[in-house]
Design a protein around this ligand. Structure first.
Ligand code: IMP
Ligand code: MG
Length: 425
């Protein structure tokens, strides 16, 4: 399968980084198509932990690693990550950044934070990395792109134009300090010099690779329910994580995509605010948070755990055209005697539905219809294939397959790269 999209099927943090890292071993290129340093991918290789925000996790395998046009790039964060990686003996040389990707500028970060503060109780709970304001400027055609880094004169001019407006906004609307043109411009000229070698025509690069029959992984950040158009708006990110966006975000046609692998936890988590029908009660939530180490990679915030939500997952299968699933962190559920799975939502009018509500009020007021399922109560460390899983764990996986009519291809049983069980077909 030459072009495979890996997409988060929930609210992000499904463990995509680990699955991408695993599949990257058999791929030639690994590409990110949207998002920026709001993402946090944790990959553990031979006992060593790598946390990525910007870099596609394929960089660890030395594969050509692309940041596509649909991404937003914070140059300082990216360079810090490159330095960290190289200090640990991994080269960032295979990185290629699209010149069309937009830059996250210091005012985007300032506005993200100030706007959240102003929203108060109504805040979205963003990662405060400037994601929303950067995508907003892109849509408003005021953005500064990676290719602007290639020409110091253009770069300075664009910063000047942007600051003329942003500083008024910052001072008068948000009561924040303005930015000084000289400071921002000289700092970015420095950053530009270091990033220049990585800038490439990534659309052409990926197209050629596909034409040569190479295997390309297209890695989504965040998850389906955080999609700007189809997620739980306004509690979403400002880009499109869903699989269809892989084509636009990279600059290839949708007919080039062969497979879509959805990644879902065996339960659910969400960080930040917003409705969450299958959220667990406090005591169980606390133990799942501890067992699964459910704290944000980027912000360190506590994640909110919930029971596996098949209504939301069915929606993800539909929106992404998911052809197979990876079910991660099944081992975390080993500690619970009695499990629940959300099979339908009960809407305010009493109707029960297997389909994700199209209207926000229905979703906000949806009650989960929970089905009790037996736990397996034993660790999964000794399992080598899916067939080795305890019967109750196998039944859990089969329930997911049956409800969604999609095969579960991979199951995660621990944090390390090795702890993924594949279906023996
Ligand atoms: P933003 O992407 O920083 O604008 O944040 C918008 C929403 O998306 C917030 O609820 C964040 O918690 C959530 N979010 C953004 N990136 C991630 C991620 O990588 N994992 C999980 N949630 C995320
Ligand atoms: Mg994450």
């Amino acid at each position: 399968m030459p072009a495979t999209v890996i997409v988060g099927a929930q609210w992000g943090d499904e463990g995509k980084g680990k699955i991408v890292d695993l599949l990257a071993q058999e791929s030639d290129l690994v590409c990110r198509y949207q998002g920026g340093p709001n993402a946090g991918h944790t990959v553990i290789v031979h006992g060593e932990t790598f946390k990525f925000r910007h870099l596609p996790s394929g960089i660890l395998s030395g594969k050509v690693s692309v940041l596509g046009a649909g991404c937003v790039v914070d140059p300082a964060v990216l360079l810090e990550e490159i330095d960290d990686l190289e200090s640990r003996g991994v080269s960032a040389e295979p990185l290629r950044i699209s010149g069309n990707a937009h830059l996250i500028m210091p005012w985007h970060i300032a506005i993200d934070g100030a706007s959240e503060k102003r929203l108060g109780k109504l805040q979205i709970g963003t990662t405060r990395r400037g994601i929303g304001p950067a995508y907003a400027d892109k849509a408003a055609r005021l953005g500064i792109r990676v290719q602007d880094l290639l020409d110091p004169k253009i770069l300075r001019q664009k910063i000047e134009v942007a600051l003329a407006e942003k500083n008024i906004w910052l001072e008068r609307v948000y009561e924040q300090q303005p930015f000084a043109l000289e400071e921002v411009a000289s700092r970015h000229e420095e950053l530009a010099q270091r990033l220049r070698p990585y800038v490439a025509d990534t659309s052409l690069l990926v197209d050629r690779a596909l034409a040569e029959g190479k295997r390309v992984l297209l890695e989504g950040a965040q998850g389906t329910l955080l999609d700007l158009d189809h997620g739980t708006y306004p509690f979403v990110t400002s880009s499109n994580p869903i699989a269809g966006a892989a084509a636009t975000g990279i600059g290839i046609g949708p007919t080039r995509i062969d497979e879509v692998l959805g990644v879902s936890k065996a339960y659910v988590t969400r960080v930040g605010a917003g409705p969450f029908p299958s959220e667990m009660e406090d005591t169980i939530a606390t133990s799942v948070r501890e067992l699964g180490q459910e704290y944000g990679t980027v912000t360190g915030r506590e994640r909110r755990p919930g029971w596996l939500d098949l209504v939301a997952l069915r929606y993800a299968v539909r929106l992404n055209g998911i052809t197979s699933l990876a079910l991660t962190k099944l081992d975390v559920l080993s500690a619970l005697d009695q499990l629940q799975v959300c099979v339908r939502y009960r809407l305010p009018d009493g109707e029960e539905t297997p389909d994700f509500p199209a209207h926000q009020s229905d979703f906000h007021h949806a009650e989960p219809v929970l089905q009790a399922v037996a736990g397996w109560g034993e660790p999964l460390d000794e399992c080598a294939t899916l067939a080795d899983l305890p019967p109750a764990a196998r039944a859990y996986v089969e329930l997911v397959e049956r409800e969604l009519a999609v095969p579960v291809r991979l199951v995660g049983t621990g944090a390390a790269r090795e702890q993924v069980l594949a279906k023996v077909s």
